[in-house]
Design a protein around this ligand. Sequence first.
Ligand SMILES: Nc1ncnc2c1ncn2[C@@H]1O[C@H](COP(=O)(O)OP(=O)(O)OP(=O)(O)O)[C@@H](O)[C@H]1O
Length: 594
Amino acid sequence: MWSDVSDRAAYLRAAAQLRGNPGQWAAYEARGHCVVLAGPGSGKTKTLTTKMARMLTEDVHAPRGIACITYNNECARELEDRLAALGVLHDKRVFIGTVHSFSLTQIILPYAQAAGLGLPMSFGIARRAEQQAALLEALGRTNIPQNLEFRLNNYRRAYLNRDTPEWREADPNLAALIERYEAGLRRRGLIDFDDMPLLAVRALRSNQWLQRALLAKYPILVVDEYQDLGSALHRMVMGLCFRTGMRLFAVGDVDQSIYGFTGARPDLLRRLSERADVQTVRLRLNYRSGTRIVSASRVALAEERDFEAANADMQGAVFIHSMAGNYENQAVRVVRDLLPQAFIRHPGLNLGDVAVLYPAAWIGDAIADAAQAAGIAFIRTDGNALYPRSSRLMQWLEICAQWCCGGWRSGDPRFARILRGGERLFGESLKSDQRRLEFHRLLISVLWGQRDEGLRLHYWLDQLITQVIQPFGNSCALLRDELETLATFAARLSKAGDQRHMVLSELAGNGTHLSRLTLSTLHSAKGREFGLVFMFGLDNGRLPRNDADHDQRAEARRLFYVGLTRAKQEVHLLHTTGRTSPFVSEIEQHLAAE
Ligand SMILES: Nc1ncnc2c1ncn2[C@@H]1O[C@H](COP(=O)(O)OP(=O)(O)OP(=O)(O)O)[C@@H](O)[C@H]1O
């Protein structure tokens, strides 16, 4: 949670930059519902954060606040960082998080009983093993067929209203299985991840007073990356904003929709922007990328768009590399040749300005191994990362580590931020003032006593786990998954673990991206920007996949577009010789014709 704007000058300075762009300024000045629909690098996030800082100062007065919903915890962290840079401080006035966490913390936990959701007084969030046990029971089998969980969850997301005939008619067997599965979870006193938005929508639909209670708390709803958020959020927006009176400020880009496979519906954003009671703003200028990268991205998208680079003097460059050998051989070439050559062209950049992006996490293993062998520090943000980047507990530990590695002296991060983050995580067990005080006391004493960046991470973490995390976290139902993630990571740090040599500064560095090469899937790179981008593994059969149908091929094309548009100065498209992705071939033809 965040709060007051401590430094008005910071957001006013940011606003002065928007003034030169009529679209951004119109969005900044909008008083009613407003949707910003614009391409990559056009300043959607910049406009959103600056406007949020302004609305918190000028439009919404304490104790009321603003709820801001975004796609995942990584995007939420990006927004938190950008807001912090605008002087927006932490407290209870602002919610920033995913649809799931909004549903859980703002609707289900406070109102489950009053809203008649049929949940027990005390319920927990199902761990993976518990979900599987409930599903096996519902199936009456000993194994779960491949893809079933994926299909089941997509079905739940697609048919929100179970009172309609479609719920049962579209796939009667699946609908019945889901009902048995959910009943099994409830018997165990559990809800799962996908239950969260579903229960929240149900609670809102049948309780007008609940919509008004949320309006009282949050008169403004801000939504980032609208194209990737599914029907549940759209339903909430329809109810809360267009029937109950919350003001909506949403940004998104249909061309960057890359989560259709999880049930995201980009057409919902388009429909929203077509409403007569919504002011729709379109932005044309790309502030991020050089002119050559912008024109290559138009080719990549294969749709008529009028985007232009904001700075015509900045050309940027697009390189295509046909590479022999397997991914391991190719990765060595990236690390040994291409990366050093790029630094010679751009001596002002450092590793933190570079990303290697690839279509799937396993392809990233080759780059990670080559970087490790070459002694290059990197940070992985994909599924094969040291720990899931989406873990709020691990994100909090990263800032605790930063504080111990010098933040205590520089004020970056501030201890108040660590404290509030901790209070949010362990909130369930901090109900009394005395308990909260005890938490503050223990946390400061453990962190203060371990201010040494060379400290073995295993030792540092062990102190924190035994003295703070276990005493305050073990009784928190909402932390069960997170504690499992932490235990897995801690095991890797132990004497027999593959990460036993890790020191504190490495965990701190994981949270900053500074001076580290970023390794990421194309999906996880959404919303980010880098000076130099290497897109690795762009082979036919991988992007798009061999078995892709029409829609999947279109989504693969958008994914390619998202990757390409992360780059400011240079983008490198790398593919295996003889297996060029058709998307790369199109760019090749475009470059040849230039
Ligand atoms: N009016 C402006 N003047 C100068 N720089 C700007 C302006 N608007 C945006 N920028 C800069 O352009 C870059 C891209 O902005 P931002 O990340 O907000 O774009 P976005 O539309 O959210 O991009 P994407 O959809 O690709 O994630 C940032 O470095 C931002 O600071």
